[in-house]
Write a protein that binds this ligand. Sequence first.
Ligand code: LMR
Length: 337
Amino acid sequence: MKLRTLVGCVVAGVLATGSAMAQQAQPIVIKFSHVVAADTPKGKAAEMFKKMAEERTKGRVKVEVYPNSQLYKDKEELEALQLGAVQMLAPSLAKFGPLGVKEFEVFDLPYIFPSKEVLRAVTDGPIGLSLLKKLESKGIIGLGYWDNGFKVLSANKPLKSPADVKSLKMRIQSSKVLDAEMRALGALPQVMAFSEVYQALQTGVVDGTENPPSNMYTQKMHEVQKHATLTNHGYLGYAVIVNKKFWEGLPADIRATLEGAMNESTRFANAIAQQENDDALAGMKASGKTEFHQPTKEEQEAWRSALLPVHKDMESRVGGDLIKAIYKESEKFGFKN
Ligand code: LMR
């Protein structure tokens, strides 16, 4: 080989290796969109996942977290996931109906979980798994369940009994079970994206809402709601979901590493959620803007008897067998249904 040709080959080889390295150096990007503040159980767990995923893949994966509906609002983010415009989300379990997996709304039934242990047995057991499996036909894979917490009811008037909610316009998430819940109280439910709630409360488009303290505080809803009652009548949690095509197209070693990071982020989310909500409630109480009412035993009974019929009414929506299976889990912990 002539010297010139040899040099040419060497140069070409170096260039090819360089470009292969450059290609390899391009990280796989995971866009993780969510609608709550960074300073919430979900926001913190998303950041934890980012940190672990990037460290453990040694930079081969880059996770971009977009909090506070920065990229998409509730409904749009699900469409964006299916289209592949984002790769990861953690929508609340109340928001899967529009995707065609309405069974997730079972989590919205009032008082369905008598304790966190029952909830965990449901999410970590066969019921939780079979619900996540239902997402696959929609091009989505469910990776785990993240807690937020139990909800308080808020408005600009004291809410001591179900009669106080009558005729109030109450913002809800897009769940038919939540619609039925508000109707059972005689309220007028209005579905609205999370990012619009503060302004709707401020301007009187709606009178009140329900949310765990962490969401209420971080969205400053306590500044525009004079009263709240600690009913803990319903649960709000999330499923972390990814675009199936994207996830299955990842190199196997990367996917395994990300699954490990996700499992730890899930444990982290579920370990901090209660404290985050306790702190948020304490913060709101200290601000003095919202007056929080702790229902008496009798009042709590009145809320329960107004809301429990929703279980029966929603059998056709979420499935009677699914409701019974959750009752069975709670019986294992000594609760009666
Ligand atoms: C809501 O819309 O109230 C919640 O789903 C927001 C969230 O993601 O916690």
